[in-house]
Design a protein around this ligand. Structure first.
Ligand code: NAD
Length: 285
């Protein structure tokens, strides 16, 4: 299916990056946008990455061949309900949400008569908002597409081709498996980063200025992602609760092993652990 018109709902970091990437890489494709925030719509118009920014969700998606929902995962159901009256019968609906099983179910429920092909570009930064986006965000990055059982193949192909055209490498995966993979590669690291910042800020013995002054000791690199948007991450943890809790349980077990090794002065255990995990980390580009 040829995609001539794309509508993007949610014009923050990811939505505006999709718009910019379409304009840069698919110059014949028209891009319409909508955001629930008045201020974001004003900013998006000024930045000019969409051909048109509508004042309503249904108006934005009228005539769109592909609609990309780029709102926090807890808002996907609302956004889907809001676009429903404006959709063409053969419009394909996709999204960019960081968790997939719950979002896929919400979109299928809200839009039962449309082809819904969820996707997750595994690309981002700790910044948010329309000014933070850029056209090359998806270059060489994975985009995981999670088609539901029975999804029309032409719609799956259209969404796959769309992300490849934006520069991404596409992998197809079951939504529940996606959520488990991302729980350990993305969600757990964010949770730990947020936790460490909280721990450091509450230590009576160490002042905040000391944390900032000596942050090059690991704190600054390790906690970069704790600057990420709180609403987005609140929704990810609520949406991917089961997979996050399962990986958190395993993390707690491993942390306890290391805690015991430190308490017992078990240098061999620590060295073995760090040697093994350093080799894994060094194999990640
Ligand atoms: P963002 O905060 O930069 O932008 C989200 C935008 O959605 C905001 O401008 C907000 O006003 C708008 N919005 C909220 N509810 C809406 C609604 N009902 N209708 C229309 N607009 C609405 O967030 P972001 O980082 O662009 O994240 C967007 C989505 O992308 C989330 O689902 C997130 O899980 C996913 N994602 C984020 C990253 C990342 O690194 N930030 C990476 C991959 C995927």
């Amino acid at each position: 299916m040829a995609i001539g018109r794309v509508a993007i709902v949610g014009l923050g970091l990811i939505g505006s990056s999709v718009a910019r990437a379409v304009k840069a890489r698919l110059p014949g494709v028209a891009v319409a946008g909508y955001d629930a925030s008045d201020a974001v719509r004003v900013e998006a118009r000024a930045l000019g990455f969409c051909d048109a920014v509508a004042d309503g969700a249904a108006a934005a998606v009228a005539d769109a061949d592909l609609v990309v929902l780029a709102v926090p995962v807890g808002r996907m159901a609302d956004a889907a309900a809001a676009i429903a009256p404006g959709l063409k019968a053969d419009a394909i609906i996709s999204d960019v949400g960081s968790s997939k099983a719950g979002v896929a179910a919400a979109l299928a429920k809200a839009l039962p008569d449309h082809a819904v092909i969820p996707a997750h570009p595994v690309a981002g930064t700790e910044n948010s908002g329309p000014a933070a986006g850029f056209a090359t965000l998806f270059d060489g990055r994975w985009c995981i597409v999670t088609p539901p059982a029975g999804a029309p193949q032409d719609a799956v192909t259209a969404v796959t081709s769309f992300w490849q055209a934006l520069g991404a490498r596409v992998e197809t995966m079951d939504a529940a498996h996606h959520d488990m993979v991302l729980a350990v590669t993305s969600h757990l690291p964010h949770l730990i980063a947020y936790t460490i910042v909280g721990t450091a800020s509450e230590l009576e013995e160490v002042t905040e200025s000391e944390v900032i002054k000596y942050s090059a000791g690991g704190f600054r690199d390790f906690t970069r992602i704790a600057a990420s948007d709180p609403v987005m991450w609140r929704d990810v943890f609520l949406a991917n609760k089961d997979a996050v809790l399962a990986t958190l349980q395993r993390f707690n077990e491993d942390l306890t092993v290391l805690q015991q090794a430190i308490r017992r002065g078990d240098g061999a255990r620590l060295e073995e652990w760090f040697t093994r995990t350093r080799a894994i980390r060094r194999s990640i580009i």
